[in-house]
Design a protein around this ligand. Structure first.
Ligand SMILES: [Zn+2]
Length: 303
């Protein structure tokens, strides 16, 4: 019997999935550069942290090209021989950072792939392909704009190590991964959503408490009917990995205080309140960073 799906939240938007004898890393980011590096100097990946926490990987899926999604990908690809999938900017950044072309594959919204067909880097060394395969579908996500980090083309002559702001996003991609019967969605697509129910949704917690946000969250829950919502990208990414997880400061939508640390327990309550009363009830897992979870056990418990 093939082993079930296991996952770890790596901090920020990073998730590791183990399924069908394969390991996938989605937006792995362990280096966690200090805040000042956002504006000053060059940024470098910690190959040591990557090797320690991600010793094995077959596929790296990149949601977009910002440094907090892609900075550690070249080290991971070098150390493991994995294959990376991402947007045009993500692919070019990997190439600029010395990743050979056969380790990079550009994907676009609408693409459907069977990951086992892409040529496994270590095929034959591990027992794989004996299960139902790993099907991937790519969806578009609305790009977000941060001050100083507007989406657009990359600068023409990039030479590593790059500046944080050289990691410019073009397309933002959401990935739907199907492992046998189980469907895992990474990030929230804009426009057409994949049909529900989704077994696990890994996405940033939408700031609740404001009517328009609640409306969007309710619409997402009604369309996707996720059985499990695992909020990610809610930790303060300027804290090094050695320090405990601290939620990030987010706008409250109120006059005072304008900013507050995200309240994950409140987010879980909001999801419960807004979940449609259907056969599929959404439960929320606030993940512990780097802890491994067994998906089947979580879903059985939430039933
Ligand atoms: Zn990010």
């Amino acid at each position: 019997m093939p082993e079930g799906v296991r996952f770890r939240w790596l901090g920020v938007a990073g998730v590791e999935i183990r399924a069908q004898g394969c390991t996938l890393a989605i937006d792995p980011y362990l280096t966690r550069i200090p805040f000042r590096s956002l504006w000053f100097g060059r940024v470098r990946s910690s190959a040591e942290l990557v090797a320690r926490h991600l010793p094995q990987c077959d596929f790296v899926l990149l949601g977009h090209a910002h440094f907090d999604h892609i900075l550690d990908a070249p080290a991971l690809l070098r150390q493991t021989g994995a294959l990376a999938l991402g947007s045009a900017n993500s692919c070019r950044l990997l190439s600029v950072c010395g990743v050979p072309p056969e380790r990079i594959r550009q994907v676009n919204p609408g693409d459907r792939l069977e990951l086992f067909d892409l040529g496994l880097p270590l095929a034959g060394e591990r027992e794989r392909g004996r299960g139902d395969g790993l099907r991937l579908e790519v969806y578009p996500v609305a790009p977000h704009s941060l001050p100083g980090f507007r989406p657009g083309p990359l600068a023409p002559h990039l030479r590593p190590p790059l500046r944080a702001r050289d990691y410019r996003m073009d397309r933002v991609l959401a990935y739907l991964l199907e492992v046998g019967e189980q469907r895992l969605l990474f990030d929230l697509p804009e426009g057409r959503l994949p049909p529900g129910p989704i077994d696990v949704l890994f996405a940033p917690p939408l700031p609740g408490g404001r009517a328009q946000d609640d409306e969007r969250l309710a619409a997402v829950l009604a369309a996707l009917r996720p059985r499990l919502f695992v909020p990610i990208h809610w930790d303060d990414m300027w804290q090094p990995l050695a320090q405990p997880v601290r939620p990030l400061l987010a706008p409250t939508g109120k006059l005072w205080p304008p900013l507050a640390r995200l309240d994950l327990a409140e987010f879980a309550r909001t999801v419960r309140r807004l979940s449609p009363q259907t056969a599929v009830q959404t439960s929320v897992l606030i993940p512990e960073r780097l802890r491994e979870y067994d998906l089947a056990a979580l879903l059985a418990r939430s039933r």
